[in-house]
Design a protein around this ligand. Sequence first.
Ligand code: ZN
Length: 447
Amino acid sequence: MTGLWFETALLPQGWAKGVRLLVVDGMIAAVGTDAEARAGDERGEIGLPGVGNLHSHAFQRAMAGLAQTRSPAGEDFWSWREVMYRFVGRLTPEDVESIAAQAYAEMLESGFTRVGEFHYLHNDLDGKPYSDPAEMARRIAAAAETAGVALTLLPVFYAQGGFGGEKAADRQARFVCGADSFARLVEQSRAAIARVPGARLGIAPHSLRAATPDQLAAILPLADGGPIHIHIAEQTAEVDACLAWSGARPVAWLLDHAEVDARWCLVHATHMDRTETTRLAESGAVAGLCPITEADLGDGLFPAGPYFAAGGAFGVGSDSNVRIDLAEELRLLEWGQRLAHRARGVAGSGAELFKAALAGGARSLGEARVGLEVGASADIVNLDAEHPSLIGRAGDALLDGWIFSAGRQAVTTVWRRGVRVVEGGRHVRAEAIAARYRATLAGILAR
Ligand code: ZN
């Protein structure tokens, strides 16, 4: 049993002072307000619930910065994807575990306490399954355990190379599986995460490019009530290809052909017309926004104004992990809209964005209880009240200052299941994790 006491903390009903949380077996067992700290309590200044990072490809952390070149032919998402394919052709299971541990430690340091790993790197270098087909899933689970981040594993179904059942290319061979082998992979993934505290399982059809309608219908029941994630409408070329194939835009096609509801997370959904925007908002699904990656890849801007006005839910993900920073994702979500619309406060205030991303992140990752309340996992982030951008603020103004000014430097301590995993802004195992990561990266880049 641990007592955690905060000068102020954000509870589901709002900000409170003198918040004392009692943690038993990693879960919040009691919440007191206007309370005094007791002897032996751990103390914090500004307590917040940890946020779910709803979309990550952990291995891509290791190629951050390696695809920032310019060429006479021009660069875009598709040329970035070729770099990613070449990179993926070198990775061993040991590499993936090492890279993922580094990425997950950095996520915790920025205030993310759960990760949705959109996991598509299944097969060996020759494109054949490993002797244990869930080898890579076990590596992801091991990395999550090392870092202490909560894991929602989303094994990816990837069968085709393009719309209309186009055959997958050789360079996609490490991702590919059939509907039957995917069913086995889902079961083996369930076993792979079984010993990771608080781990959850969902499924992820990679995109409408990568699964035919029949395949989609066959695999969706495997979600078994858990989350269903899909990449959608990230690129205008994808919208054009979907229109050519089906006569419908991707989001409209999905809404017409699948029972999209609150279990779903539509990742990106960047390119929607007004009707799609309203329909997606009304479906109850979560839009999985990845503003840093979407900016990095030149995807385009999500229609945040109309979507939020229609009551749409969203969360944020670090996707390519080119930078890992919760506050920066939310800041860029708003700043992108400001640049495009020459207005301010388009997507929301820092406090509004934080609270919405907290709810959407939890829902999309299968977490029923969210926030600092009895029955929730004691996943808590503390901000530095002495940070220059937070001095003299209270309540929601603290979140505005954190998101739009202080950024990740203001995160001092993070508890996962009531145990400190970040102290003084650094992961408690940062040195060991980074040492292994350095050796891993040197090996990969020398190959
Ligand atoms: Zn992605």
